[in-house]
Design a protein around this ligand. Structure first.
Ligand SMILES: [Zn+2]
Length: 212
């Protein structure tokens, strides 16, 4: 799976945002609000596959294979629908959880059901001196794309301090604050931090001009 400890230089990667420091949050962030309008970054199954590739979850080869085998299928359409529904349910759950609420029983059950049906597999990688344990999954059918999403959502709730996960102060994006101080407020400097700073600067200038 993708190593996501650092924020990439550019916030957009292949048309998607990876500012969450967490796969489940990056998935939530596939519906940002731009110029006041919610923007669906996953309008079709092809876009969903491109997101999986941009997230480092699928190779271009795997994407091409899935597109060829199931791109036009009913299962692909169903999966896209189910994933967008899952995303919006997860958004509500994450928002409440960030505020200190317990994860709902129904959500726990749904995640368990998804993880049982579409499990992540583990693999011992022995390249280099120190072997490492890596997670992988094999998407035989579109529904299997749930494997890394359900797994990362479960890992978020089980393994991350909810005080370190928050929504951007300026927009709808969520992130896991992995900074030392834990005072990150924005999804990214480029998207919201600078905008806010520019606005504050302009306000200061206006005040100064007024007082002069
Ligand atoms: Zn933001």
């Amino acid at each position: 799976m993708r190593k996501n400890e650092t924020i990439p230089d550019s916030d957009w990667r292949d048309g998607f945002l990876f500012v969450g420091n967490d796969l489940a949050l990056d998935f939530l962030n596939t519906r940002p609000v731009q110029n006041g309008e919610p923007t669906e970054l996953l309008p079709d199954f092809g876009a969903l596959l491109r997101w999986f590739q941009a997230a480092g979850l699928l190779s271009s080869h795997a994407v091409a294979k899935l597109q060829r085998q199931s791109g036009e299928s009913a299962a692909a359409r169903r999966t896209l629908d189910a994933m967008r529904q899952f995303r919006e349910k997860l958004r509500k759950e994450v928002l409440a959880w960030e505020g200190g609420a317990d994860v709902h029983h129904a959500t726990v059950e749904e995640l368990n059901r998804l993880m049982a049906a579409h499990p992540m597999l583990s693999k011992l990688q022995a390249s280099g001196n120190i072997p490492s344990l890596e997670l992988w999954f094999e998407p035989r059918q579109p529904e299997d794309l749930f494997a890394p999403l359900a797994h990362s959502a479960a890992r978020l709730f089980a393994g991350v301090d909810h005080n370190r996960v928050r929504k951007c102060g300026q927009c709808v994006l969520h992130f896991h604050d992995t900074s030392k101080k834990g005072t990150r407020r924005w999804c990214s400097m480029q998207l919201c931090g600078n905008r806010l700073k520019v606005a504050a600067y302009a306000a200061r200038q206006r005040r100064n001009a007024h007082e002069r």
